[in-house]
Design a protein around this ligand. Structure first.
Ligand SMILES: Nc1ncnc2c1ncn2[C@@H]1O[C@H](COP(=O)(O)OP(=O)(O)OP(=O)(O)O)[C@@H](O)[C@H]1O
Ligand SMILES: [Mg+2]
Length: 391
């Protein structure tokens, strides 16, 4: 994989955030300390790499920095450290990584993947390697986010259709290392991926249902959090409007819940609208999800109706195309036969959540050495509640 300043900066940002959180320090302090420990007299070079999206020109600096971060617990896993070294053009990152993650090596990459369950039932897809399909939706979303001014996207899909999984994928895919993906997964959706700031707000999280909780989450995600936390909407808007330099995407999951919160009042939604229009000159955009359409949300909350005028792209999230469904089914560790695959596509109507249930049932039967068709009944039983939701 080629050297990439953008991916280097992204990995470094993440590591500094983690150290700041672990040591309860300001990120500025962590940047200073790392710069001194590198023997470079302060935060200067670190900030250059971060904000100019550059990787160090000397490999020695990248190695030393990766070790300093590892010593402070800044890498959550070997693959994170790998991404940073690889994006700095390091020819053999595993040698350094093994100093800190003893079992890490070429063979262990296979281990990283094997420990991923082949089929995900219940929770959204967090790991891009386990995400399939949605190429049409991804094209539309990234088209909107590449535009200047950026445009806003409203994703409408029934419960369990894959809304949250799609938001996580959009947030992560552009800065992933190819080494962590399936062959052929496309990552070059944006020209300068590391330039973007992403904040995913889940309105099922009670912390997001108060203005202060929302401000904290967003400011932390935009790297604009400095105590004291703004308690008033005007201070929050002022901080974002003055200091946001990079393109920023706020992914609001389950906006139908957020819009019903009395704490998030009409002026809150109008302020978000202003941020996405005049105040940041189009550098901030929203991608939101909901099981119902924007019209219904407007009707539920007429005083915030103007917020929904922002959305020029409405994306209904339906089942997979058959080719996408076949790709998911074909990812089984041991291939299913054609009849089984056809049965799964027909019974699931290509909804990903149902395909995952059917694939898992077949795979578990395989693991147990069962060759009869009983797995189909089990699968249909587990799928029953979803069949109702999705129909
Ligand atoms: N692109 C995808 N690739 C593979 N599996 C997927 C994909 N999208 C969704 N799924 C499957 O569908 C299930 C439901 O996905 P997800 O939780 O993202 O849906 P949702 O629309 O956010 O649901 P809810 O309305 O309950 O919030 C996941 O557990 C996963 O198994
Ligand atoms: Mg969801």
């Amino acid at each position: 994989m080629a050297k990439s300043g953008a991916r280097f900066a992204q990995a470094l940002h993440k590591a500094i955030d983690r150290i700041a959180w672990l040591e309860n320090k300001k990120k500025q302090v962590v940047r200073d300390e790392l710069g001194y420990d590198l023997g470079r007299g302060g935060a200067g070079p670190i900030e250059y790499w971060l904000y100019r999206r550059q990787a160090p020109s000397r490999l020695k600096d990248a190695e030393r920095l990766a070790r300093l971060i590892a010593n402070r617990g800044g890498w959550q896993s070997g693959p994170e450290m790998f991404t940073m070294l690889e994006s700095a053009g390091h020819p053999e990152p595993s040698l350094i990584i093994r100093e800190f993650f003893s079992s890490f090596g070429r063979a262990d990459w296979a281990g990283v993947y094997q420990s991923l369950t082949p089929f995900v039932v219940g929770s959204p897809i967090y790991n891009p390697r386990q995400f399939f399909g949605r190429e049409f939706e991804l094209k539309r979303i990234f088209h909107a986010l590449r535009a200047s001014p950026m445009q806003n996207v409203f994703i409408e899909g029934p419960p369990r259709s894959g809304k949250t999984s799609l938001l996580h994928y959009v947030k992560n895919i552009t800065v992933m290392s190819m080494a962590l993906l399936r062959p052929g997964q496309f990552i070059n959706w944006l020209d300068i991926p590391g330039a973007y700031a992403w904040v995913l707000v889940d309105f099922q999280d009670p912390r997001t249902m108060t203005q202060e909780g929302f401000f904290r989450l967003v400011l932390e995600g935009l790297d604009l959090y400095e105590p004291p936390l703004p308690v008033h909407l005007t201070e929050f808007v002022d901080r974002v409007a003055r200091h946001l330099q990079r393109p920023a995407v706020l992914l609001l999951d389950g906006i139908h819940t957020g819009i019903m919160s009395s704490a998030l009042d009409a002026s809150f939604w109008m302020a978000l609208r202003s941020l996405a229009t005049n105040l940041t000159e189009g550098r901030l955009a929203f991608v939101v999800t909901s099981p119902c359409d924007a019209m219904q949300l407007r009707n539920n909350r007429p005083d915030a109706a103007a917020f929904f005028d922002l959305f020029s792209h409405n994306l209904p999230l339906g089942p997979f195309f058959p080719a996408e469904a076949r790709q998911l089914v074909a990812s089984a560790p041991r291939a299913f036969n054609t009849d089984e695959t056809d049965w799964m596509l027909a019974q699931s109507h290509c909804w990903p959540a149902l395909l995952q249930i059917f694939c898992r049932a077949r795979w578990l039967a395989n693991e147990d050495g069962r060759s009869d068709d009983a797995w189909k009944q089990e699968a249909l039983r587990s799928a029953m509640p979803l069949l109702k939701l999705l129909s």
